[in-house]
Each structure stands twice: as C-alpha cells, then as structure tokens.
Design a binder for this molecule. Structure first.
Ligand code: GRG
Length: 292
C-alpha cells in the first residue's frame, strides 16, 4: 500500500466512526446539527490518522485506537469553531464552508464547541470496550493535558497576547509548540498508548510528532501568504491583517522552506527505534509539501 492509500483507508475508518458518533442523539437535535456541521465538513483528519498509524506501528490493532482518534479530532474541530468566532479570529470560511457561527449564530457555535470538547472525553472513555483501564486512563489523561491550558488553550492565549507585538523566534516556537504541537503530539502518543507500546516508543513518537507539528505550522504560515483560498478552504492573508509575528515574518519564505526540510529530516531520525516506518516517514515528506 502507498502512503496515500494507507492514509485514505485510515481516514475512511475515522470518517465512518465520526459519522456514527452522534447518530440518533435526542433531544436537542439542533445542537447536534451544529456539532456535526463542523465535525463532518471534511478536514484532512491528520491527527486521528496519526493516532491509528502510531497504534499500528507499536503493534496494536487500529480499532483499539479509534475512540482516541475520534476524540482528538473532536477537540481539534471544537478549537477551530471557537478560533473562528468574532471574539477570536472572526473568520467566515473554514473547511470550504461558512464558519459555524455564520450558520448557527454565535451562541450555538460556542455550545457546539463545548459539546464537541465534552463528547471527546465521552468517546475516549469508550476505548474501555476493548482496552484495559490503565491504557484508557493514560490515553485520556494525555489528551486532557494537551488540550488544556498547559497545551492548546495556553498556546491560543499566548497567540492572542502576541497580536500587534513583535515576538522573537523562541516566543513563536513556544506558542506554536502549545497551540498546534501539543495536540499533534498527543495524537501520536495516544496511538502508542492504545497499543500498549513502551516508554521508549512513546518518547520517540512524541519527538517525531513535535518535529512534524512544527513543520506543519511553518507550512501553515507559508500557505497563509502563498496559498489558494479555494484549496485551503479558509481565507489567506489573515496573519498579516492581524499583525501576527509568524515564521514567515521572522525567516522569510526561503528560510521557512529550509526549516521545514530540517524538521522533516529530524522527524524521520526520531523514528530510529522502529523498523516498519515507511508510512510515518512518507507522511512527514507529504506534509512538508502540502498545499492545503
Ligand atoms: C480556540 C481553544 C482554542 C484553540 C484554537 C488550533 C487553534 C487553537 C486554532 C487554529 C488556528 C490555526 C489556523 C492554526 C494553524 C494550524 C492549524 C491547527 C491549522 C488547522 O489544522 P488543519 O490544517 O485543519 O489540520 P483541517 O481542517 O484539515 O482539520
């Protein structure tokens, strides 16, 4: 199987599980409509695919990691809904469609995000149908830490505080390590945890994912300058409008390309303890060149 075929097969598993997550939930159908509107809007599903791939790499069955995979995508989707709100980035387009608050109104969009955040932990705990309690506990704790103020929420707070101010490269790296990187690291680690992987494997995958996550963010900054709105499914040029210090403002486009190349190499190096690593090395290469 090629990297692309494996990615699409794992993505299809995730799509089916997400589609089923809120099926038949009553009452308050409207809030589930708003949650599903963003959850089933067709993102790349990078984080859940990473969870499944890391589970497989550590010798587990992908079905064991599926609840964790859905949970991380629900948290990611909630963060996008809240990030797009008028009180944050005030964006009108996401995943190629009007943003949640544009369709359902601000109050329902806040609740849709809250509903997804809470449902993430509900679905993560269903991993106990197939896994021993200590793995469910470890996976859920890993997710909670990465999503909260010590991770993604803390990174978003730093991001907001940095608007209109000149930041240094270490400032931006720290901000992005939390805002984007923490959840990507958790996605990889949860796959390892579901498989019952060793501490050495978990640490190698965290290292891989941290390099991948930073390269992913640098590419995101580049695409905000050079990308195409219809391919990205979101507006371009928002960093400049909001006067954000990004990797492009710090290093220029060529400097960014060099950083991505080095991080992609380092990500591959981090996989040294594994033998069957073609998928994760191929994924790092594909993400380095992504256009959406
Ligand atoms: C509101 C608590 C809270 C957090 C928001 C992650 C985040 C924090 C905001 C997203 C803002 C942003 C555009 C970040 C850049 C990198 C990134 C996370 C892009 C979106 O992720 P993709 O490209 O999106 O994986 P898809 O739609 O493919 O899932």
């Amino acid at each position: 199987m090629t990297v692309r075929e494996q990615y699409d097969a794992d993505k299809a598993l995730v799509e089916a599980a997400l589609k089923a997550a809120f099926r038949g939930r009553q009452p308050h159908a409207d809030i589930y409509d708003a949650m599903n509107y963003s959850l089933l809007a067709g993102g790349k599903r990078l984080r859940p695919v990473l969870t499944l791939a890391c589970c497989r790499l550590c010798g587990g069955q992908v079905e064991d990691a599926l609840p964790f995979a859905c949970a991380v995508e629900m948290i990611h989707t909630y963060s996008l809904i809240h990030d797009d709100l008028p009180c944050m980035d005030d964006d009108d387009l996401r995943r190629g469609r009007p943003t949640n608050h544009k369709v359902y109104g601000e109050a329902t969009a806040v609740l849709a995000g809250d509903g997804l955040l809470t449902a993430a932990f509900e679905i993560a705990l269903t991993a106990s149908d197939r896994l021993p309690a200590e793995r469910v506990l470890a996976g859920t704790a890993c997710l909670a830490k990465a999503a909260g103020a010590a991770g993604m929420v803390g990174g978003q707070a730093l991001d907001m505080a940095g608007e209109g101010r000149a930041l240094t490269q270490p400032d931006v790296e720290e901000l992005q390590r939390l805002k984007t990187g923490a959840l990507i690291c958790a996605a990889a680690e949860m796959g390892c945890i579901a498989a019952g992987g060793s501490e050495e494997q978990r640490s190698a995958l965290r290292n891989y994912a941290s390099k991948l996550g930073l390269a992913f963010q640098i590419r995101d900054d580049m695409l905000d300058v050079t990308g195409d709105e219809s391919a990205l499914g979101k507006p371009v040029g928002s960093d400049a409008r909001e006067e954000k210090t990004t990797f492009v403002t710090l290093k220029g486009l060529d400097g960014c390309a060099q950083m991505i190349e080095k991080l992609t190499y380092d990500a591959e190096e981090a996989l040294e303890p594994f033998s069957d690593k073609q998928f994760l090395t191929g994924l790092a290469r594909e993400l380095a060149d992504r256009t959406n």
